[in-house]
Write a protein that binds this ligand. Sequence first.
Ligand code: 6GU
Length: 240
Amino acid sequence: MRIDIVSIFPQYLAPVQLSLVGRAQSDGLIDIEIHDLRDAATDRHRTVDDEPYGGGPGMVMTPEPWGVTLDRLLRPDSLLVVPTPSGRRFDQRTATAWADRRHLVFACGRYEGIDTRVMEYYRPRVDLAEVCIGDYVLAGGEAATLVMVEAVTRLLPGVVGNVQSIVDDSFADGDMESLLEGPVYTRPAKWRGMEVPSILLSGDHGSIARWRRDQAWQRTRQMRPDLPPRGGTSSGPVPD
Ligand code: 6GU
């Protein structure tokens, strides 16, 4: 997969060189390039914003540098992603769909956003997704892009070593009907007076699987009462 990211703060995207996404790049599983929007500005101050028509607070990103940059990057098979708090919600289902794409282009807006004509221009020409990552407002699309790139990258074949760790994920089936992951433990068996639940030391894999499902069900009810009441292969608490 090829990923291009356009931003006026290219250093903000430096973390894509690290951790799981960085390793996927050095392993040749993805190819990420970061572009400075200001390289397409034409005046000596490299201006990319202006006052909003109709008045109001803040500044709007001008369409010209976006047009020059996106014309250069987009291909017929691209998905153009515009992170914005006024977009549709990005979730695990979105990540799964994007993981099948050949080319993602992230257009990170700052200020009050990008002149709407940019989205109008590209919508009939490429696949376009205006997405938000949650119900809160960020100062720009960069942090959201890091979130989405990581969510998509870890779904690509060969990026996560153990396939089961993806299958077991919270929200793994993408329709928000799976359970949140329950508690996990490792050595030492006793820490600050707290023991690991004895069932995990029992070697009884059937009982361990049922206990984990029950723990996941309880955690889901407690932390996310908004999620649908059934999920995965469990339809409720284990009766004992
Ligand atoms: Cl994608 N962008 C911005 N600026 N704020 C957000 C967001 C995106 N998602 C949630 N808040």
